[in-house]
Design a protein. Sequence first.
Length: 364
Amino acid sequence: MFKAFQSKDGRRDSVNFLPGPVKLRREVQEALGRPPRSHRSEEFLAVMARIKEQLAQWLKVHYVQILLGSGTLANDVVGAYLRTALGQKKGLVLSNGEFGNRLLDQARRAGLNFEDYSIPWGKGFDYEDIEKHLSKGEGSIQWLWAVHLETSTGVLNDLPRLKALCHRQRIPLAVDCVSSIGAVPVDLSGVYLATGVSGKALCSYPGLSFVFYNQALEGGRLPRYMDLGLYQQSEGVPFTQSSNLIYALEQALHYAAERELCINQRQGEWLRAKLQELGFQVLALPEDAAPNILTLVLPREVPSLECGELLEEEGYVLSYRSAYLFQRNWVQICLMGEYEPEQIYAFPEMLAECMKKCGLRKGK
């Protein structure tokens, strides 16, 4: 039986199928280890400017600000701007998974006036029905907030279609692109607000988040750390920033550019086909699915926690401990990093073997 992999220096390496943190290139790790620099230094500001310009060009957006914090912080900033810019105008928040549900929670906490448009997890949206909601009663819905790649289920929501229907209704669109940037093509032209992170498919360390927008935003009304106007006035660095995380991100973006901001599509397609051939149930349908995330629905007799632990013993680290996965007996394969072909090809048979072991143990 396959038993982990050996690195070039002989150490036992696990295969990282987590949504984050992901396996990092040596050059990215070395960049993090550079001597810290002042966030006011010319060198640091130049690196920051290059990164922002790269991201803006790649994603076809006018402005980007980089915050020291997770994607949750960036989405809280979006919620705060929706509240200050749009007041009590009613919006629509879409959810078809855990991270859509988190947007619903963040919208409530931001004091937004909105309707909850939730569908079963793992399903794709009915965009014609969404447009009916947007157009019912003249001007009743004034904005929309959604997740692009719903990490929990592997569903890739249709961003071009969301943009088109918001354009037709002349309402602003906010979108969580935390898992999609670096994994699939993302075009933010015409989007009001969007978010991303340095980890996941960009393959750098977690700890930096991005807020993207296409028109200058009013400042002075939000808590200072969330006020994007202050970032615009300060070359993107109004407060302390981590030079180490920025240097690591710069290095990671170099490799992201080489793969044209897409990752593991062919490997993901092969893996889906092989797993389905072996009888595994992949939650999202192919037409709704992201190419690099597979959420598997395990049979009742195979406890996901036990299966995940067995896979770790064999050298594969999956996502299975999150409450929303554990409660549903799901495990998740996220191809967010870079892999050798044999690491992917060996996995389906390993998973089948671990599931067989789990079933036998439960039968006893």
